[in-house]
Design a binder for this molecule. Structure first.
Ligand SMILES: *Cc1c(COP(=O)(O)O)cnc(C)c1O
Length: 382
């Protein structure tokens, strides 16, 4: 069911380029071929649009889910349960039961209390839950503080020093089956050094496991986090998957037949979406020109939440080749942080112009809210 691009669509709306999404996945798969046991899971929290999930399923990707609802949604979109991994520090009993009933491939367990609850709930169903442990590798992702997850001070994962004891504890339990280790150090990571350090840390941990007599680690999951080019998205629509997968191929010492899992979100979905918004007013003050648009932080939260920059284009002004001016592009919401960008150059903006906020396919619509009782933005497919 293809909806076509319709300029009369109520604004703001997200528009997704499914051809680019498919091509991005195909590029990632081709570059991952240097790792014979690699399996890519799409991090569905970055974008759970049904049409995109159909494509991901068609391309043979698995899914990385962080809620029971995401698991059910992915299965409904054709992703096989055994290709689904389930992460999160606070999995509810209800969500664990959904995961047990559907038969997902792996629970990425983040604490001992969670392990014990999974074991109990699996026992009640007469099942054995496949589990990996999310280990906090204390590797700095050098990214925004709100999206770094692999440092000791973060809430995520199990400390390296507890790893052996926790795995041995799991082996005492009858209703969990230990598969291996899981990591995820952060998001929007462009410095490949971070992934080299992660690989080296995983090598050390695998050595420690073997010294402790744990020789049945069959799965290593390195998470996601590969970044994209927010500055020049039109020049670089597909991230540098070659360098990314090469870092692991060159640095990670996998044991024979160990599966290697990736959980990529942003790198697959971000460049495939843009938020289209209409200019409501141009307001000039003593020092500034504001382009006030009809999209706000309720539609795209990243600039307000993470101080993120998305490239903005005045589609109408560019088409008409108008002169360039400097603007702050702001939304209509009663919050000072409802600003998309400041002091940026745009083709002259006039009321009624259509603006595009680029690279909005990841953590865009999925974070939209109805704050101020606004209507959720639409999603349109091309
Ligand atoms: C969010 C998340 C991902 C995906 O992160 P990206 O930066 O979008 O690639 C992968 N794994 C886990 C556990 C996550 O929480």
């Amino acid at each position: 069911m293809l909806q076509t691009f319709d300029i009369a669509t109520r604004t703001p709306y997200y528009i997704y380029d499914t051809e680019l999404f498919a091509r991005t996945i195909q590029t990632a798969k081709a570059e991952a071929a240097c790792l014979p046991t690699a399996q890519i899971h799409f991090a569905v929290k970055s974008n759970s649009n049904i049409q995109l999930l159909y494509i991901a399923a068609n391309e043979g990707l698995g899914a990385d889910c962080v809620s029971g609802a995401e698991i059910e949604h992915c299965i409904a979109c054709g992703i096989p349960a055994e290709k689904i991994v389930f992460a999160g520090v606070g999995k509810s009993d209800e969500e664990i039961n959904i995961a047990l009933d559907t038969g997902i491939g792996c629970f990425n367990v983040e604490s001992v209390p969670e392990l014990d609850v999974i074991n109990e709930l699996a026992a009640a169903k007469g099942k054995v839950a496949p589990i990996s442990f999310r280990i906090n590798p204390n590797v700095d992702a050098h990214t925004h503080a709100n999206i770094t997850t692999g440092l000791e001070e973060n809430k995520f994962g199990i400390a390296m020093s507890d790893m052996v004891a926790v795995i041995n504890h799991a082996k005492q339990l009858n209703n969990v089956h230990y598969l291996g280790l899981h990591f995820h150090i952060g998001s929007q990571i462009l410095d490949m050094t971070c992934f080299r350090l992660l690989s080296q840390r995983i090598n050390e941990l695998q050595d420690q496991l073997e010294i402790a007599g744990i020789n049945d680690t069959t799965s290593i999951n390195v998470g996601g986090g590969l970044g994209i080019d927010y500055t020049n998205p039109e020049l670089n629509p597909i991230p540098n998957f070659r360098d990314y997968f090469r870092v692991f191929a060159d640095n990670l010492c996998l044991r024979p037949s160990q599966a290697l899992h990736f959980e990529l979100g942003r790198a697959l979905s971000a460049q495939c979406g843009r938020l289209i918004t209409k200019c409501l007013y141009v307001k000039t003050t003593a020092t500034k020109q504001f382009a006030i648009v009809d999209a706000g932080m309720s539609d795209l939260l990243r600039p307000a939440l993470y101080d993120a920059h998305h490239k903005i284009i005045n589609l109408t002004g560019r088409k008409e080749q108008r002169p360039l001016h400097t603007y702050d592009v702001v939304g209509p919401i009663c919050e000072s942080s409802d600003v998309f960008d400041k002091n940026i150059t745009l083709h002259e903006v006039r009321r009624g112009d259509m603006l595009a906020i680029l690279s909005a396919g990841a953590y865009g619509f999925v974070m939209a809210s109805q704050y101020n009782l606004r209507t959720l933005p639409q999603e349109v497919i091309t």
